[in-house]
Design a protein around this ligand. Structure first.
Ligand code: PLP
Length: 344
C-alpha cells in the first residue's frame, strides 16, 4: 500500500534522524497527457496535476517533511505566512500530528477554498494588514524569538519534500522531460524541482518559470511593493528563494517569463476544456508555454513537456462564479427541458 512520499523516497531525502513521519498519503499524483493541447502547440504535453494532493495543492509534499521534522524534535506549535495553500496544508498536517497551527494571511486576498480549509483543519487564522511578504517577515521574527516552528518554504525540509515531484515525473516517464513549466511565486517549488532532477540523475529538463506580469520581480529584476494578480498564489513581490530560482533557470538553459492575467485565465479555460480544472496560479505554466509557442523560435517544439499544475480549481471557485451567468431556471416539465436543450 502507498504510504506517502517520505516512505517512498526516504533514501533520497535529507531529513534528520529524529524525523517522525506524519503523512496523509500525499504525492503520487498523476501525469495526465493533453492530446488536444499537444496537437495545437506541436509538442508532447503532460500535466503533473498537483491539485490531487490531500489538501488540494503541491504544498502537502513539503509540509509532510516540515511537520514530520518539527514533531520529531518536539515542536508544539507551527506557524506560516501564506497566500492560502500553505495555510491549508500546514493546518492539516499540524492537525494530523496534534500540533497547534497559526497561519498569517494577507488581508482580503486569500481564495475562499483555501481559507475554509485552514479553518476546517483548526488553524488559528490571522489576517495581516499588508502583503504576503509582510506576513513572512513577521513569521520569521517570531520563530527567531520563540520556540514556534516555521513551516514556510525557507524551511529546508519543505524543499526536501517537494523534490519528490521531480522523482515521480522521472519514474513515470523513465527520464526527465525536455521542458518543465511551472508558476513561480516565492520560488520554493522551482528550487525544489531543480534540486530533485539534479539529484535523481535521469536527465535534466530546461525550466520555464512563469510569473504574473503584476507580480514579476524575477522577470523585471526588482521587488514589487504592491504585487497584483488574480493568481493569488503567486502574488508575491519579494520571493524568498528568488536568487535560487534565477540560478536554476539559467543553469537549466531555461528562463523565467511573465504572462498577463488574461493569458492566465485563458489557459485556465483551455485546461478545463480538456478536463483539468486548476486554480488561476496553476494555469500560469500553460499560459507561459502558449506564449512561448507564438514566437518564431518555439524552443519546445516537438519536445516532451511537463507542465506543473500546482493547485485544484476548487480552491478558488469565486474566480469562475463571479463571471458566469447563473444557470437558467425552468419549470420541471419535459417540454421546458426539451425547449432549452434544442432551441438555439
Ligand atoms: C505556492 C503556490 C505556487 C507558488 O509556489 P512557490 O514555491 O511559492 O514558487 C504556485 N501555485 C500554487 C497553487 C501555490 O499554492
Amino acid at each position: 500500500m502507498y504510504q506517502g512520499l517520505i516512505h517512498r523516497y526516504k533514501n533520497f531525502l535529507d531529513l534528520p534522524e529524529h524525523t517522525k513521519i506524519i503523512s496523509l498519503n500525499e504525492g503520487n499524483t498523476p501525469l495526465i497527457p493533453m492530446p488536444r493541447l499537444s496537437k495545437e502547440l506541436g509538442c508532447e504535453i503532460y500535466i503533473k496535476f498537483e491539485g490531487l494532493n490531500p489538501t488540494g495543492s503541491f504544498k502537502d509534499r513539503g509540509m509532510t517533511a516540515a511537520i514530520s521534522e518539527a514533531v520529531g524534535r518536539g515542536a508544539e506549535t507551527v506557524i506560516c505566512a501564506s497566500t492560502g495553500n500553505t495555510a491549508a496544508s500546514a493546518a492539516a498536517y499540524a492537525a494530523r500530528a496534534g500540533l497547534r497551527s497559526i497561519v498569517l494571511i494577507p488581508e482580503g486576498k486569500v481564495a475562499v477554498g483555501k481559507l475554509a480549509g485552514a479553518i476546517a483543519y483548526g488553524a488559528q487564522v490571522i489576517q495581516i494588514q499588508g502583503s504576503f511578504d509582510d506576513a513572512l517577515s513577521l513569521v520569521v521574527e517570531i520563530t527567531q524569538k520563540t520556540p514556534i516552528a516555521l513551516v514556510n518554504s525557507i524551511n529546508p525540509f519543505r524543499i526536501e519534500g517537494q523534490k519528490t515531484a521531480a522523482f515521480e515525473i522521472c519514474d513515470d516517464l523513465n527520464a526527465a522531460p525536455d521542458w518543465l513549466c511551472l508558476p513561480v511565486g516565492n520560488a520554493g517549488n522551482i528550487t525544489s524541482y531543480w534540486a530533485g532532477f539534479k539529484q535523481y540523475q535521469k536527465g535534466l529538463p530546461r525550466l520555464l518559470g512563469v510569473q504574473a506580469v503584476g507580480s514579476a520581480p524575477l522577470v523585471f529584476g526588482h521587488t514589487f511593493e504592491k504585487p497584483e494578480t488574480i493568481a493569488t498564489a503567486i502574488r508575491i513581490g519579494k520571493p524568498a528563494r528568488g536568487e535560487q530560482a534565477l540560478e536554476a533557470a539559467s543553469e537549466s538553459k531555461g528562463k523565467i517569463i511573465a504572462v498577463s492575467d488574461e493569458e492566465i485565465l485563458s489557459a485556465q479555460k483551455i485546461l478545463a476544456g480538456e478536463g483539468v480544472w486548476v486554480e488561476p496560479a496553476s494555469a500560469a505554466g500553460v499560459a507561459g508555454l502558449i506564449a512561448e509557442s507564438t514566437k518564431s523560435q518555439f524552443e519546445a517544439k516537438g519536445k516532451r513537456v511537463v507542465v506543473v499544475c500546482t493547485g485544484h480549481g476548487m480552491k478558488d471557485p469565486a474566480i469562475i462564479t463571479e463571471s458566469f451567468q447563473s444557470p437558467k431556471i425552468i419549470p420541471a416539465s419535459y417540454e421546458s427541458l426539451a425547449e432549452v436543450i434544442f432551441s438555439k
